[in-house]
Design a protein around this ligand. Structure first.
Ligand code: SF4
Length: 60
């Protein structure tokens, strides 16, 4: 099973951040529409199952 930690959109919360917790991170994705590009961000945890996520893309 792949997890969010293996996804190129996963960014762990840095240890020195106020909201740090082990495994906590943000899913940050670039999105394009007719108006241009923007970023979507949402909180995730590193061991989340990605099988239901259509945006999973493995880190290289
Ligand atoms: S929610 Fe989907 S796109 Fe976001 S980090 Fe997890 S697998 Fe990647």
């Amino acid at each position: 099973m792949a997890t969010c930690a293996q996804c190129k959109s996963f960014f762990p919360v840095p240890e020195n951040a106020d909201d740090f917790a082990p495994g906590k991170g943000d899913c940050v994705r670039e999105v394009k529409d007719e108006k241009g590009k923007y970023w979507l961000s949402k909180p995730v945890v590193s061991d989340m199952d990605t099988s239901k996520c259509p945006f999973f893309s493995e880190k290289v």
